[in-house]
Design a protein around this ligand. Structure first.
Ligand SMILES: [Zn+2]
Ligand SMILES: [Zn+2]
Length: 460
């Protein structure tokens, strides 16, 4: 009996020891698994906790848009918020540009850029917080103003990310520079900030990131693309001369309106008949201005043209052919050489956006970690342009990447399922994003991307 009791006691002690060991091991594994995900849990909580504040910021920016180069109040708001989060802030750089720096020990420097300007468009979304703002443009003409390119969402994302990084200082080491840029829409803001000494007065970043709202991707999704992402853009004015006169006696005139119409078609044949179909290029005539009355043939017509290309060779070829074609058509009408069309190519060429493949792959990995693989979509290059390309394209090339932030509400995707080309795009008076899902996904994605890049590696 005693023997048996002893055996029982031994058995009981042993099983207690095994249970204790198992318990300790369980705690150890649970903790190490948790340690990998603490950042993400904190980010999710942070975005949810601050969501109302961010929505208020978004709606305020949306209702109070400012035109390119006139972002006075917008830049003040950005400055105030960044100071509140503890950033060292400088403003009025290259116009209304703002720079916020957070130094947090040794490590890499990452620049995150937002743009701030809106467009001369009358909003027609019918939303309760739609913009009713009117403003004088640079020519003194009163115009309606709308954030139709999502720069209000970019700023909200920028501020939410800046705040999260300030709150998680123990999770990363390095420096972050938050750059709010004026005048993106006319392609002058990035250059103005660089000319004002952005990289001379403040730390030169190792990597540069930006986000653009997408009017094609559903909210909750992030779009990534490696390599060429946005086309380069040249803008120009073509003044077509003629010999004006009575509309009833066209044979006594050289009609610049007719010549302009022929020129518009000739420009399109450059794309469809002189370039390989696989070569991406676009020429669009956005404005034709000339004449005043039904019965007067004017002396001149002015065309405003944008040209989009991805390579230096194609760009140079098209610029040369535009010159030859305009001169050739004018000559065929019998105009003398001094009356051949005058082509004024604007100096502000915007180079293509090239997303550094290695950086983009790295960022993609961190974003997948935050929002899941199925929410990260590979997207195609587009023919729009972005002056974000200017930051990384200097004497020192800096790896950069621009990611797409899906913004389209699910209901809109459903409505246009059979006619996706009709869905209101960027710069449309009907475009609006799904605020809640877009803000939350964006901040989770960009915060985790930057945290991932600047992560403090555990010491052994
Ligand atoms: Zn735009
Ligand atoms: Zn834009």
């Amino acid at each position: 009996m005693r023997e048996m009791k002893k055996k029982c006691e031994n058995y009981f002690r042993k099983s207690l020891q095994i249970t204790a060991a198992f318990f300790i091991l369980t705690i150890y594994f649970t903790q190490s698994v948790h340690a990998q995900f603490t950042d993400m849990k904190k980010i999710l909580a942070q975005v949810t906790d601050n969501y109302e504040g961010l929505e208020t910021i978004y709606k305020d920016l949306h209702m109070n848009p400012e035109l390119s180069g006139m972002e006075k109040n917008t830049s003040e708001k950005i400055k105030t918020e960044l100071i509140k989060y503890g950033y060292e802030v400088k403003d009025k750089i290259g116009g209304f540009g703002v720079v916020g720096i957070l130094r947090n020990g040794p490590g890499k420097t990452i620049m995150f850029r937002t743009d701030m300007d809106a467009l001369p468009i009358e909003e027609k979304t019918g939303l309760q917080y739609a913009s009713k703002t009117k403003s004088k443009d640079k020519n003194g003409k009163e115009v309606s103003v709308m954030h139709a390119c999502g720069h209000d969402m970019h700023m909200t994302n920028f501020l939410g990310t800046a705040q999260a990084l300030a709150n998680f200082k123990s999770e990363w080491s390095g420096t972050v520079i938050f750059v709010a840029q004026p005048a993106e829409e006319n392609g002058t803001g990035a250059k103005a900030m660089l000319d004002a000494g952005l990289f001379a007065k403040y730390p030169v970043p190792d990597y540069i990131l930006a986000v653009h709202l997408s009017a094609e991707l559903e909210s909750g999704k992030i779009g990534v693309i490696q390599g060429p992402a946005f086309a380069g853009a040249d803008n120009m004015e073509i003044t077509v001369y003629g010999q004006g006169g009575h509309g009833g006696f066209p044979h006594k005139t050289i009609d610049p309106v007719l010549l302009s119409a022929e020129l518009v078609i000739a420009l399109q044949t450059l794309i469809s008949r002189e370039l390989d179909v696989a070569t991406p290029a676009v020429i669009s005539v956005g404005a034709i201005n000339g004449g005043f009355a039904t019965n007067i043939i004017p002396d001149e017509v002015v065309l405003k043209v944008t040209m989009r290309t991805y390579s230096k060779d194609v760009r140079e070829f098209l610029l040369k052919r535009i010159e030859q074609i305009t001169a050739g058509l004018a000559s065929a009408k019998g105009l003398p050489k001094e009356k051949f069309p005058k082509i004024d190519v604007y100096k502000s060429y915007i180079p293509p956006v090239y997303n550094d493949p290695e950086l983009t792959a790295d960022i993609e990995k961190h974003i997948i970690n935050a929002i899941g693989k199925s929410s990260v979509i590979k997207v195609m290059p587009i023919m729009a342009s972005e002056d974000f390309s200017i930051y990384g394209n200097n004497e020192v090339k800096i790896p950069s990447t621009l990611i797409w932030l899906g913004g389209v509400p699910e209901s809109v995707i459903k409505k246009y399922q059979t006619i996706p080309n009709q869905m209101p795009g960027l710069h449309s008076p009907y475009f609006y994003p799904d605020i809640s899902n877009t803000i939350k996904t964006g901040i989770r994605a960009t915060t985790s991307a930057i945290l991932g890049m600047l992560k403090v590696e555990p010491q052994n």
